[in-house]
Design a protein around this ligand. Structure first.
Ligand SMILES: [Zn+2]
Length: 220
């Protein structure tokens, strides 16, 4: 099994420096799915000031409690090619044969069975169920690459946590755990506090793990 750890200190420092930008994604708050028993309300992140407001699960819009920005909460199903600009904290599903060709999509959760041309800004989870290439920036709470999917991100990926069951190529900057599943394959680089991979996963990536790594990884 090819397993490379490219952990020179110079490279690690570079990676650390590059995570120190003004907008560490989702680091200043914990916007998770609403757990049960929270009275049917959910956390909603403002597009502009990134403050968290509470909104009813059934609301179709709200206003940021900090800056007053209008926040759409509708869900969108994309079933054809469109340049529609989507800026919601509802969920967006890009179905098979669907394509979002605008410059960016803002959403709560994003399910990808089709194609997105621009950058992705998801408050919660982005699930890739199809092989695709992401040309723009990808920022989200949780990134999931499902089995048999090969996803390539050309821009750095800023994320809270990552689960890879298929193949992922790109540069990951995670504030939480990066987990590979059995038969997963990761190429590129990882900067994360926690990393784990089981036997059977493949890693061809420059690694900077500033917390703990577990699994089939040689100690430095
Ligand atoms: Zn705001």
């Amino acid at each position: 099994m090819p397993l490379e750890l490219l952990g020179s200190s110079a490279q690690a420092d570079d990676l650390v420096a590059s995570t120190g930008g003004p907008h560490p994604p989702h680091a200043s708050h914990q916007a998770h799915h609403t757990p049960p028993g929270t009275g049917g309300r959910r956390d909603v992140e403002c597009f502009d000031c990134h403050a968290i407001s509470r909104a009813s699960l059934h609301a179709t819009s709200t206003a940021c409690s900090n800056c007053g920005t209008y926040i759409d909460l509708r869900h969108f199903d994309i079933r054809e090619r469109t340049t529609q600009k989507i800026r919601t904290r509802g969920d967006v599903t890009v179905h098979k044969k669907g394509a979002l060709l605008g410059t960016s999509v803002y959403c709560g959760n994003l399910i990808m069975e089709g194609m997105v041309g621009g950058s992705i800004h998801a408050q919660d989870t982005v699930s890739f169920r199809v092989s695709t290439k992401v040309l723009g920036e990808l920022r989200c709470g949780r990134l999931i690459v499902e089995r048999k999917c090969a996803v390539q991100c050309l821009q750095p990926v800023h994320v809270r946590e990552v689960e890879i069951e298929g193949t992922f190529t790109g540069r990951i900057f995670a504030s939480g755990a990066v987990r590979l599943h059995r038969h997963a394959r990761l190429e590129g680089s990882v900067n994360a506090p926690v990393f784990s991979m089981p036997a059977g996963a493949e890693l061809m990536a420059g690694m900077h793990i500033f917390g703990r790594a577990s699994g089939d990884i040689p100690e430095e």
